[in-house]
Ligand binder design. Sequence first.
Ligand SMILES: [Zn+2]
Length: 338
Amino acid sequence: MDPIDRRCFATRRDFLAAAATTGACLATSPGIAAAEASGKAQICLTLDLEMSRHYPQRGMMEWDFQKGNLDDATKQYAVKAGQMVRERGGIIHYFCVGRVLEQASVAWLKQLAETGHPIGNHTYDHVNVKATTVPAVQFRFQRAPWLAGGRKPAQLIRDNIRLADTALSMRAGIKSRGFRTPGGFHSALDDRPDVQKMLQELGFTWVSSGYPRHQAVKPFEQPSTDVLDSIVASQAHGQPYIYPGGLVEIPMSPISDVNAFRNGRWKLDWFLEAIRRSVEWAIEHRAVYDFLAHPSCLGIEDPALETMQLICDLVKRNADRAEIVSLDAVAERVLTRK
Ligand SMILES: [Zn+2]
């Protein structure tokens, strides 16, 4: 990265931070202004295809070791969501944990891809791409370290990502569309140019790794105006940008389902309110909103798909200034602006 790039990058982020804190008009920030100039708000619906700790019931921890071993309810919800969104003219960008491709049938996943939903790479075992020790890579390697086969963490992570691509292609004939890191990072990959470079070497042009900060949720407590405001304010920090090496970052947009329901023990109405306000902010500013959920969690908390219907309805009501797109389209627009 040259010094000028570094300065521009820092300035933009600093500006957004200042604007969010002071309530200054975000429409004047370079990122938001560019989005407005180039058209509509881009709203993404994403589902990470993995099992979630404490679902379908509290105390269920074994999924930590089998993130990709999806149960039937999770797969059915993923498919049902895809159908509903497709009927409304949208798409869902799914992220697949590769181990699910070891299951007896992968017809559901092939069907999703065939109906036009992009399927991205979420690693083979849901590994932590920033891990620096083998046990920290994933619980599976903590319990069964021999699976690492003596590889160093960086190599193990690289192989795990590649393995997911290979499994998708060999078993389902699917070419992965982009990469989402397991776990979201407040710092995205800003602090790890080596990981950015590895992803580019593996053929990815964009990554979804950031999860901007917002006020923490307290279990069983209805979110206060302050908490909701901080979630909306975090959207300004969750806008896509380009790393110095050229990889595009598309952060996830708070609040995630696991954060709200598993950590916050929220009621569905509270979640709907937070999502509605955040999507409205994105539409108002012609910005990007990257809804992040997990069918293993959302399927239990929102069985009737109310959240995704709400997002589809908001976009439909604002069709002149918002559209549902894939993360590929978001990355494309960021690169075009450049
Ligand atoms: Zn995940």
